[in-house]
Ligand binder design. Sequence first.
Ligand SMILES: C[S@@+](CC[C@H](N)C(=O)[O-])C[C@H]1O[C@@H](n2cnc3c(N)ncnc32)[C@H](O)[C@@H]1O
Length: 264
Amino acid sequence: MRLYAEVLGLKHLHYGLWADDSFDLEGLKVAQDRFTDHLISLIGPAPKSVLDCGCGLGETAAKLTSLGYDVEALTPDPYQKEKVEARSDVTCHLGRFQDFRPSRRYDLVLMSESCSYIPVDGQIDAVKRVAAGGQWLVADYFVFKKDKSELGKNGHELDSFLAKCEAAGMVRDYEEDITERILPTLDLARKAIDDYALPMGKALSEWLEDRHPVLFPPILKMVLFFARKPIRKAESQRILLDRDAYRQARRYAIFRFAVPAEAD
Ligand SMILES: C[S@@+](CC[C@H](N)C(=O)[O-])C[C@H]1O[C@@H](n2cnc3c(N)ncnc32)[C@H](O)[C@@H]1O
């Protein structure tokens, strides 16, 4: 999180919505702003009270406030709460959405890429509790089939998520598949690893070998031994950045629901 915010200078933690943007960090920032603007366009005009659930670094909440919405934010992460409160006057609640019991109601709950972090039943109950008669806007990736593979183990299963929403009385009134428009973010991450991270590692080991030809082999052996788990994990997670594999396993979607007026 700190890397995204402080080193890369990203204001958002989502994948973005790419159009004809430059294929670099600046392009990603433009795509991220477009994603947020698109979600805001689906909220409908202010005034409206909005809970930005899983608010990340607070950029969306600050933008909504500047547009005249009455916004509160929620995150279980103290670092994010600090960022949000430094960024604007938005009240930021610290905690998990499934445990959230505010003393007020909101017109809309926004989940900009936070839905996949929260258990489905817990979030549906919480949405009904905090936004009865209002709306729920979700943008996130879903998996076609939940399994133990890298691409299948995170994210909610799409059909089961939608079935649970329907059973809870949520009425879906907007739906959009933006999978193709998030894929450049995967390509960019892959390019960053191939162009920078791997060559830097190689250059560093060559430099060390040059400077310490006798010590280098045992040091390298030791580093590889202690780093074997993260190395194996990084290797297996490369599939997460493969656009064809991603397309086959996941769908990135936006859903808006009308929330039933009364909690059960
Ligand atoms: C990928 S980030 C998205 C951040 C932000 N909404 C954005 O679009 O940039 C996921 C967010 O979900 C939050 N989150 C994770 N678990 C949560 C939970 N149980 N309840 C509420 N938020 C949660 C994280 O702290 C983080 O803010």
